[in-house]
Design a protein around this ligand. Structure first.
Ligand code: GLN
Length: 290
């Protein structure tokens, strides 16, 4: 137990309310919940133990860890980087600096992929895999699928590798370093190309929330002048990877991008889009004519 017998040290109850206060002063919306997450993470206590031992003080090492973690969060570092993990669908995935934190909107992209794909074996490409959240989810839901996971950032690629290893999925995945969709030596063997590429217009990156702008990898956010560089590159490269009739599924930045990309290529038929929680067309699907 990371608890201390030192009766002079502040009890968990006091640490908890001080942590809440500090986080809320720092402008963090979910301060009470985040304070508990950090207390549990720094102490190793479960959420239940945290409640059960309100009158006990923490030992010195745990107090020091808590102080460091609170300081990082007050500075705007994403809570997921401090905790070292993020939830995605029913998974808890490793994340850290250099890796885009998986977003709930991206879960919609996985749902769309699963709704359009057969139950039996298929091959897919996940370009810009980041933590591996999309690919890991598809591989777990479809035990006979095989995935190529491509990523620019070596830090993210190794994080994806660890996530897939932990989930026992490396036997059905090939992880590849790729700077741009055009540089992959993959033949026309895929049934699906799925991607959540960087799509924020360069000028808009500076206006993102501080946690995102200052801490998440710019490489995973900045999609060029209009945010659509990767979409164009993916439409160019997907015909090299897809079998005729294969699917291209993309996460979109906003309605304007969705409208612009809808009829972008005569090689693809537009199938459907899915609205997110703010009614933005967030995911789009096309079929490759071949
Ligand atoms: N959805 C992320 C955000 O809103 C952006 C991720 C991306 O560019 N693909 O910050």
């Amino acid at each position: 137990m990371p608890l201390s017998a030192n009766v002079a040290a502040p009890p968990l109850r006091a640490l908890r309310s001080a942590a809440r206060e500090r986080l809320s002063q720092a402008g963090i919306q979910n301060a009470a919940q985040e304070a508990d997450w950090l207390l549990c993470h720094a102490s190793g206590l479960s959420a239940a133990a945290l409640l059960a031992h309100q009158d006990s003080p923490l030992d010195e090492a745990a107090q020091k860890r808590l102080e460091l973690e609170l300081h990082r969060r007050e500075n705007g570092e994403p809570i997921q980087y401090i905790l070292g993990s993020a939830p995605f669908r029913d998974l808890e995935l490793e994340v850290g600096p250099g890796v885009l934190v998986p977003r709930p909107e991206t879960e919609l992209l996985v749902d769309l992929a699963l709704s359009l794909l057969p139950d039996d074996g298929f091959v897919f490409m996940d370009w810009g895999t980041g933590s591996g959240c999309i690919a890991a989810s598809i591989l777990l839901e479809r035990p006979r699928a095989f995935g190529f996971l491509a990523e620019r950032n070596p830090k993210a690629l190794s994080c994806a590798w660890r996530n897939l290893r932990r989930l026992g999925l490396l036997g059905r995945a090939l992880l590849i370093h790729s700077r741009t969709p055009g540089d992959l030596p993959v033949g026309a063997e895929c049934d699906l190309v799925v991607s959540n590429p960087p799509y924020i217009p360069t000028e808009a990156v500076g206006g993102l929330m501080r946690d995102v702008r200052d801490f998440e990898p710019r490489m995973a956010l900045d999609g060029g002048a209009d945010g659509m560089d990767c979409y164009r590159a993916l439409f160019g490269a997907a015909p090299l990877w897809l079998k005729p009739g294969g699917l291209l599924l993309l996460e979109m930045g906003d309605a304007h991008q969705a409208e612009r990309m809808k009829g972008h290529s005569s090689k693809f038929d537009f199938l459907r889009s899915v609205l997110d929680f703010s009614a933005i067309p967030r995911c789009m699907a096309w079929r490759y004519r071949g």
